[in-house]
Design a protein around this ligand. Sequence first.
Ligand code: HEC
Length: 106
Amino acid sequence: MRLMSLAVAALGLSLFAALLLAPVPVRATADDQFDAAGTYKTKCIACHGPAADKRFDKALPDDQLVEIVMKGKKPEKPPNMPAYNEKGVTAEQAKSLVDYMKSIKQ
Ligand code: HEC
């Protein structure tokens, strides 16, 4: 009985260690640690510009903007807005990105 629980504990510990050592995918990032500014700079700035001055209408309602970040958008001419939900971005993270874009847009 004792040995059994030791084995279970050892298994649990090694699983825990494996989780700690595994590379952290975007979706495992806790939302409170989500770096909207950093993400914007690496993933979004190329199409939306340093001050979210391109292809971003901040007059649209938040839920619509969040939905576009999650599901993407195909305007008449390329480039398309990619669907970031497929890339592991959560609705909360999409909301932080939208808030960030609003904060930098003049
Ligand atoms: C390959 C270019 C490209 C990249 C990269 C890109 N977007 Fe977009 N985004 C677009 C296009 C194109 C639209 C549609 C604009 C339109 O409707 O004319 C758009 C629309 C949006 C909208 C809705 C605003 C509107 O007025 O329609 C939001 C919000 C948005 N993007 C956020 C983001 C965020 C956040 C990222 C990074 C995680 C990102 N985008 C990365 C091209 C891009």
